[in-house]
Design a protein. Structure first.
Length: 247
């Protein structure tokens, strides 16, 4: 999978799945920009790792929930790197509670970051991709956007919304040779998941047909495939990377 000469943006690229995606794109030849809101040190480390791979890296402080920040980041990447070919929307948060205990703020914060944040970056990148007649958009959703999850009505609603957004934008941008797809991970072994209560992890493991948690790199490899020419006739799809957890 050769991404030489391509430039990408990965939101939430300083940690977890986003970090693995950024590094995998770079390992296959892309120059990659990541955003961060608070984790400047982690973002700087990822940029350093990309540069050690022989690629250009860029960290931009930008809040995905901000429409203006998204446009500023796209403009900055085009100014620094001269182009934009790939957008991976990955940044997200959790504010879990059963619906009768969930506050309005918990609902609004998750929808603003996890759903509107994706729209913000798609809106900023779409005109670029439309004008140049090419582009790749990959949205990270979740199997819980397909099935729902107890205690995550806000998260599940946002992730389900991402699936609808993916399919609608695939229809809108297809005639401009822009591929728009989504990946729905199951439980992935990130630092956040490692800190979860053991009973939560045990319950998830019992659902996974392959008997283990996924790794961020396993999600990243599918993203890279969707951003490559091997996937040029795939659009509007939702690909589960879950070890059979959804079954």
């Amino acid at each position: 999978m050769n991404l030489q000469g391509k430039v990408g943006i990965v939101t939430g690229g300083s940690m977890g799945i986003g970090c693995a995606i950024a590094l995998d794109l770079a390992a296959h030849g892309a120059d990659v920009a990541i955003n961060y809101r608070k984790h400047a040190d982690e973002a700087g480390r990822i940029v350093g790792e990309m540069e050690r791979l022989g690629r250009r890296g860029l960290a931009v402080q930008a809040d995905v929930a901000s429409f203006d920040d998204a446009q500023r980041m796209v403009d900055t990447v085009r100014e620094k790197f001269g182009r934009l070919d790939i957008l991976v929307n990955n940044a997200g948060i959790n504010r879990d509670a059963v619906v009768w205990k969930m506050s309005e703020a918990q609902w609004d914060e998750v929808i603003l970051t996890n759903l509107k944040g994706y729209f913000n970056y798609i809106h900023a990148a779409a005109s670029v991709f439309k004008e140049q007649g090419s582009g790749k958009i990959v949205n990270i959703t979740s199997i819980n956007g397909l099935r729902g999850k107890f205690g995550q009505s806000n998260y599940s609603a946002a992730k389900a919304g991402i699936i609808g957004l993916t399919k609608a934008v695939a229809r809108e941008l297809g005639r401009f040779n822009v591929n728009v797809n989504a990946i729905a991970p199951g439980l992935i072994e990130t630092d956040m998941v490692q800190q979860a209560p053991q009973d939560v992890k045990d319950k998830a493991l019992a659902e996974i047909m392959l008997g283990r948690l996924g790794t961020p790199e396993e999600v990243a490899h599918v993203v890279t495939f969707l951003c490559s020419d091997f996937a040029r006739h795939i659009t509007g799809e939702v690909i589960k990377v879950d070890g059979g957890q959804y079954i």
